[in-house]
Each structure stands twice: as C-alpha cells, then as structure tokens.
Write a protein that binds this ligand. Structure first.
Ligand code: ATP
Ligand code: MG
Length: 447
C-alpha cells in the first residue's frame, strides 16, 4: 500500500450496522448499572458464569429450537478454517447449560448462575434492537418447585425496582409435555380454518409449531391472536397447581403481577411459567426482561433430567429507560484538571500529578501536556466534567504557588505548593475534599 488514503465516503470506517460503541460518559452509566446487577445477583447467591462468544451451531439449533426466530433467521453463523460451523452466541441459556454439563456442575446439587455480556442476532436494527446487544440473566438449576420461579422473578424485579422502575411482571403458564399437545391441537384447530389470513411465517409455523404463532409480530396476525385459545384453560392438574403456587408466592413476597395469555416466549425450551417485564417507557419495544421455566432443556442437551428457570434482561433497553437519570449521575463533576502554562510549569507539575495520582483515591487527575492557552484548557476541563482545576503559570511558579479553581462554583483560591510533591498533593486533595456539594448540574450529555 502506498500514499495517503483518499478522502471520501469510500474510506470512512464505521462500526457495523446494529452495533454501538460505548465511551464516556455513557460508559460510566453502564459500569454503574453492571455493578448494581452484579451486586444484586450476588445477594441472591448467584455466581457468575462466562462462556465463549461463539459455540458450535448445533448447540443453538438443538437448544433454542429450529422453528424459532433466532434459529430461523437471526444467527451469525460462519464456517471456520477447520470447516466447523460456529455461531456467535444469540442467547446465553443454551451455552450455560452446555458448560454446566461439560464441567459436571450439577454434581453437587442445585446451582445458581448469572451472566452479563453480549449476544449477537441478525435483526433489523432500531431503537432498543441491535445486532450486538447485551444481556444480564440468571439460571437456577435443580428446583422443580414454584419457589425457584418466584426467586428468578423477584431477582429481576429487584434490579428494576432498585433503578426506580415501577413495573409489574406479566405472567403466563404454557404447560408441560403433558398438557402442551392438547394446547397445540387447540391452537391448530383455531388457526387452521383461517390459515389464509395468517402471515407467511405463521402459516409455515402452523404445521411445525403453532405456539410460535402467538408471539408473531406481523400486523396481519394480530386480530386473530386476540381471540386465540389461552393455555391457562387447558393446563393439566400439575401445571395448574404449579401456576397457582407461583401466584400465591408472588403475593406473599409482594411482587405485583398481571396474567397475560399472549406471553409464550420466542424460544422452544420453556415449560410452565413464562414471564416478561414490560415497561411502557419504551412504547412498542417494551420488553425489558423475559424468562421462564425450562424443565426439558438440560435433558434435551444430553444431561440428566434437571429442572431449571431463568431470565434474560436487555441492558440496552434498560439503559434507554434509565438513560437520563444515570447519565446525570455519570455527569456529576469529578476530578482535577491540572493546567501547566509554559514549559517551566510543566516541569514542576508532572511530578506533582504523579503524586496526586498516588494519593487521590477515586478522584481522577488529568493533565494536558500540550501548549494550549488557558481558556482552551478551561473549555476542555469543562467538557470533561472536571470538578476542579489546578493552574500554574510563570507567576505561580516563581512564587511557589498554585491556583485552585472550583469549576462548579467558579470560586478560586491560591495555595502554596510545598517542594515535596506528596506534601503538596495532600494539601491540594484536602482543598478538593472540602469543596461544597455540587450545585444543580449542568449536563450536556443528558440533554
Ligand atoms: P423480542 O420479542 O423483543 O425480539 P425476544 O423474545 O427475542 O425479544 P429474548 O430472547 O427473550 O427476547 O431476550 C430477552 C431480552 O433481551 C429482551 O426482552 C430484550 O430486552 C433483550 N433483547 C433481545 N434481543 C435484543 C436485541 N436484538 N437488541 C437489544 N435487546 C435485545
Ligand atoms: Mg427477538
């Protein structure tokens, strides 16, 4: 290659469609949310699991189900140089089960795991729908009783409640292998006479898996869906009992819910309880969190029959709801911007900055190594949301002083700088710690 790249759109490098870069200040809001969800999972006794970003394609075909949106049209599948078919993780549950079985983690009894990380789905990108998105979720293995369903729901509820969302959980039961065939038949009998009115996807699914029709988003299907038979009426006695117990336990711990016969979930592995948290802050893309019980999945992937229940929460959708408030939190001014006006001042300040960083705890300390004018440096510090500036020019250098300025209130002091850097740093940090609480925030990023 030779010469400089030509200017023009051909040479513009951009992130792939449906992906997003994350950088300050939003990345601080993400970090805060991530540490909140980790803390809540920890409090509920869940440990983190991390699995590879790609798996054998077969895992998802078997684990998620062939007639699902994910497997039919959303997977990022590629063949590697060894000729294996691999797929970027479109969801976490199947990989978690694969890992649990591979490492025999069920040997010591029930198991509680959480995950936090990216998923990849080839979707039409729009607000709250990306091709690389992020999910927080939990999986609880080994408990067949309704308590585990309620634990998962309560954990998700706690995350949303902690962030000030007042949401109720939408709840349904889709039965098990005992009542499912009856329900499938009822759906088939309902839809078959009106086949021609269904979307093409739904017509195809009528034969393969009529349950899938229920979560169709095609506009032409919506009217028919309204009057479709509901699972709850066709549950067997065991499933009906389980569902009643889920509701009673939710009442007992004070988690609000509503019944919603339309919720069947887009993945094949669910049995009995299915649930979603739907926020009206997001309009059409309202589901922030979705989950349910999957008692057949572990066995279907080759493990011992093991009940399981879990959920996945969309971090982007949650961030959209929280954006304003969390951005304000991230925009809180913090840190000291050190400004050297001239070469001599820079000589003096480089070791002082080192000492500040040794002593500053969580307070970030930055310095501009360039030769920008003081006004430009102030603008930069303001944009970076620094709380304070430490300025040394020729006069201060000669007098052994520094000017300290509170960028929030514009108040300013001059302090002597001890020749010993650590002593000087401690004096500066004491001044910083004594700054008044921040006045009402001016935040550009949140507006
Ligand atoms: P939808 O009906 O919105 O397509 P889904 O049934 O495919 O959702 P799940 O597979 O259950 O969703 O994923 C759980 C949660 O993960 C969703 O409720 C949503 O918050 C989030 N999520 C799923 N797919 C995406 C995506 N492409 N972009 C952003 N978030 C997503
Ligand atoms: Mg989807």
């Amino acid at each position: 290659m030779s010469g400089r790249p030509k200017k023009g759109p051909m040479n513009k490098l951009a992130a792939p469609r449906g992906t997003a870069d994350l950088y300050p200040p939003e990345s601080a809001a993400w970090q805060a949310l991530e540490s909140d969800v980790r803390a809540i999972a920890h409090r509920f006794g869940y440990g983190e699991i991390r699995t590879p970003a790609f798996e054998s394609t077969d895992l998802f075909v078997r684990g998620v189900g062939e007639a699902t949106d994910i497997v039919e049209k959303e997977m990022y599948t590629f063949t590697d140089k060894g000729g294996r078919s691999l797929t970027l993780r479109p969801e976490w549950t199947a990989p978690v089960v694969r890992a649990v079985l591979e490492h025999n983690l069920l040997a010591s009894g029930p198991l509680r795991l959480y995950y936090l990380g990216p998923i990849f789905r080839y979707e039409r990108p729009q607000a709250g729908r990306l091709r690389q998105a992020h999910q927080f979720g939990v999986e609880c293995f080994g408990f067949a009783g309704a308590e585990a369903d309620v634990e998962a729901i309560a954990l998700a509820y706690e995350v949303l409640r902690t962030h000030g969302l007042s949401v109720e959980v939408s709840l349904n039961s889709i039965g098990d292998e005992c009542c499912r065939p009856r329900y499938r038949q009822a759906l088939y009998d309902y839809f078959a006479p009106q086949r021609a009115a269904l979307s093409l996807d739904s017509q195809r699914r009528l034969e393969r898996n009529p349950l899938r029709i229920l979560d169709s988003k095609a506009p032409e299907d919506q009217a028919l869906l309204e009057a479709a038979p509901s699972t709850v009426e066709l549950l067997c006695a065991e499933c009906a009992g389980h569902f009643a117990r889920v509701r009673a336990l939710l009442d007992s711990i004070g988690v609000p819910y509503r019944l919603d016969a339309r919720i069947v979930r887009g993945l094949d592995y669910y049995t009995r309880t299915v649930f979603e948290f739907i926020s009206d802050d997001l309009g059409a893309l309202a589901t922030v969190c979705a989950g349910g019980r999957y008692d057949g999945l572990v066995a279907s992937l080759g493990g011992p029959p093991t009940p399981g229940v879990g959920f996945a929460m969309g971090i982007e959708r949650l961030m959209m709801i929280l954006a304003k408030r969390d951005l304000e939190r991230a925009c809180a001014r913090s840190g000291i911007a050190v400004m050297a006006l001239g070469d001599g001042a820079r000589e003096r300040l480089v070791p002082l900055v080192a000492a500040l960083r040794r002593n500053s705890g969580p307070v970030p300390v930055t310095i501009d190594y360039g030769a920008a004018k003081v006004a430009a440096q102030f603008r930069k510090a303001d944009r970076a949301n620094a709380r304070a500036a430490l300025i040394v020019g020729d006069d201060e250098l000669a007098a052994g002083n520094a000017v300290l300025r509170d960028l929030a209130t514009r108040a300013q002091d001059t302090i002597p700088l001890e020749p010993d850097d650590d002593a000087a740093a401690v004096r500066v940090l004491r001044w910083y710690a004594a700054l008044p609480p921040q006045p009402a925030m001016r935040s550009q990023a949140a507006s």
